[in-house]
Design a binder for this molecule. Structure first.
Ligand SMILES: NC(=O)c1ccc[n+]([C@@H]2O[C@H](COP(=O)([O-])OP(=O)(O)OC[C@H]3O[C@@H](n4cnc5c(N)ncnc54)[C@H](OP(=O)(O)O)[C@@H]3O)[C@@H](O)[C@H]2O)c1
Length: 186
């Protein structure tokens, strides 16, 4: 079982504009069945976790719920339910969330959907194994950061998928942080 932050990013390291815009990403050409593509990745996943803003973006923009797997949403607030979606609300230390996701996922992987700060919380807790990133051919200049944390990574795989440069990295360590590390209760 591998815990993976799988996301797309601008070339200058933003996953959304400051106003949560994703038009710069969604208009790009990508083959979901192509190299390092979404389709095979999604089949390998047994549970997902995302922050409240990502969940709210999906509620606002998606016609349907794309995920059959149980999905944990981190929030301090009541959020609207999504009919037909297996959504479980959680808050605080991501170690407890990771335990629940692991139990639910069986032998499949865990997907940290984002945003970047959710990935940071998993990394700081010593629970993030890999990062898969698809770089779109655009810079945004500002926005919501890909991953606001210093991390040592090892490059495992690269590919081109149409307009995207794809990389797969293993998390080697959080500089200056002992292992295992304590998660922050945000
Ligand atoms: N490029 C891509 O592929 C990609 C991938 C994922 C997301 N996105 C986009 O990137 C943006 C991400 O936005 P973001 O980084 O601001 O938000 P986010 O991570 O989706 O959500 C952040 C919010 O989640 C809640 N939260 C996070 N950790 C928590 C914890 N441990 N306990 C309780 N609540 C917790 C807090 O909300 P409350 O306190 O308000 O409840 C926090 O403000 C979204 O627009 C999303 O659509 C893009």
């Amino acid at each position: 079982m591998t815990t993976i932050f799988y996301t797309a990013s601008s070339l200058d390291g933003f996953i959304a504009t400051s106003q949560h815009g994703l038009d710069w990403l969604l208009r790009r050409d990508v083959d979901p069945d192509g190299p390092m593509g979404y389709a095979a990745f999604a089949r390998s996943v047994g549970a997902l976790v995302m922050g409240a803003a990502t969940y709210e973006w999906l509620l606002a923009h998606d016609a349907g719920w794309a995920y059959a797997q149980p999905t944990w949403v981190l929030t301090h607030r009541p959020l609207p339910a999504r009919p037909g979606a297996d959504v479980r609300v959680a808050h605080g230390d991501v170690r407890a969330v990771h335990e629940q996701m692991t139990a639910a996922a069986g032998d499949r992987d865990l997907w940290v959907v984002g945003g970047g700060d959710v990935a940071r919380q998993f990394a700081v807790a010593g629970l993030l194994d890999e990062i898969w990133v698809q770089f779109a051919p655009v810079t945004l200049g500002a926005g919501i950061p890909f991953l606001p944390l210093a991390l040592e990574l090892a490059l495992l795989q690269t590919a081109r998928n149409r307009e995207f440069l794809c990389g797969r990295y293993r998390v080697v360590g959080v500089p200056g942080t002992p292992d295992p590390v304590g998660a922050e209760d945000t």
